[in-house]
Design a protein around this ligand. Sequence first.
Ligand code: G6P
Length: 611
Amino acid sequence: MCGIVGAIAERNVTAILVEGLKRLEYRGYDSAGVTLLDNHGRLERRRRLGKVSELAHALQEQPLAGKLGIAHTRWATHGAPSEANAHPHFSGEQVAVVHNGIIENHEVLRERLIGLGYVFTSQTDTEVIAHLLHHTLKELPDIADALKATVKQLHGAYGLAAICMAQPDRLVAARSGSPLVIGLGLGENFLASDQLALRQVTDRFVYLEEGDIAEIRRESVQIWDASGAVVQRENVQYHEGAEAADKGIYRHFMLKEIHEQPKVVQRTLEGRLGQNQVLVQAFGPQAAELFAKVRNVQIVACGTSYHAGMVARYWLEELASIPCQVEVASEFRYRKVMVQPDTLFVSISQSGETADTLAALRNAKQMGYLGSLAICNVGISSLVRESDLTLLTQAGPEIGVASTKAFTTQLVALMLLTLSLGQVHGTLAPAQEALLVEELRRLPVRLGEALAMDTTVEHISELFAEKHHTLFLGRGAQFPVAMEGALKLKEISYIHAEAYPAGELKHGPLALVDSDMPVVTVAPNNELLEKLKSNLQEVRARGGELIVFADAEANFTDEVGVHVVAMPHIIDALAPILYTVPLQLLSYYVAVLRGTDVDQPRNLAKSVTVE
Ligand code: G6P
């Protein structure tokens, strides 16, 4: 949520800050702002409601220049999206602050600061930080010292950066609960909430850890840990190509990311498959020993990642005979959980920074779980750093807010986990594992075949253009796939979409079905097919229009009101991965038809780092 960029250099940094914001826009985009210390030593600010392009436009009309600056793109929490609430926030035109996260005690601090004579110009929690820092500077004139004293008074989560008029040679930052990274240049240094923002200027990064305070100058960086001791944090060279930053031939990041799935699934499998087996050590050197002790699995995640966990439950129980529970992190973290002995805690997250998932992991570590495994797409994330074991999905940076390639690579990672547990426990026959390993190797090709249905799905999407409600049905492991299909559609096209296990249809949702409510079904050729067919008859009998994604051999025929899309044949266990693809395409094309903002849908953010 929200994005931060900062820079200190010998050149004008305005363009660097704005480009950084554009790259972070997927995190929040209801307003944006930038502050520079101009050549007269004054803090100058431009803020605009709306996207970064509005800010860029404002800067064209009224340019700003300076060698020290901070910038922000916002996803509103406290105070509606407005120019007054946009960051950076000032105190007395001497201090400027940008902030990600939530300051929980902002009301108490606000009262105290008002008592001290400060005047607030926004409804944000961030403004208290600016005034508090300003007030502390009166006692502690060094901005790093003042920041250290200021953050001691803050409760909640923050990644923040500040500059002050009196100290034009430095930028300071603090991290607690919201990530920050320093980008190292030659005679210039940078700061951002995600290294993606800085890849245009450097490939060398230092990741701040929880509780760290940093002082960034042109030629040096100094970091203190939570205890106030000076620390050295590792200097990391980033190797990945610049693939994420542009859309290439695609109109939207989402479409690009959908089409990347064969490649990134292949990458997620690389180095993890032996000839007939999954290589358990892919989960880390201690994995085999830990896995041998696992008798239960608890999965926790949010959003799309939660749906991946729901699919994994079917796999773990059916293929590895390991009992599994799955829960959304926001519920898990506040529930009194009765932990079964020898339970492995598995968190799933694209970003590795989702506040609820991270809090659930931190709670779990106090609750007697056997160990923790993170399935995550970001190797340097908090979730990875704080888990015992990690399996990285190799999806590459995902920019579209609606998650696509992260989901399918999570499913692949979870299948690797299932096979590993089955292998270590001897609950999965070697021949069955060998077959699944072979099918996994073929999966990228199958995904390519599913993507070739692009135009067919685009035609089908026309059925949805004028609709207000839809129903998604699936049975077994395809039920979470239906849930993910419904989530995608509502996220980006704003059509109300609900998913149901097909067997539940007659227990309620059938009452809603009429010719205005299309019903989407995923129907691989498995033992539930005949039951599913009867459920679909129930829909047809009520005049509901059916869209069926079905195995080519499943004997569905196109007829009036029934649109069948033949899917490539695939082994049942891997069908959830394949059947996800047409549902992603469907939501994409419906959103394009309806003219919504596909990559940055309203009210949502890519990475939810607040509760
Ligand atoms: C947000 C995103 C979703 C994502 C969810 C969990 O809601 O918009 O696409 O599935 O967060 O994020 P995570 O990074 O933990 O997978």
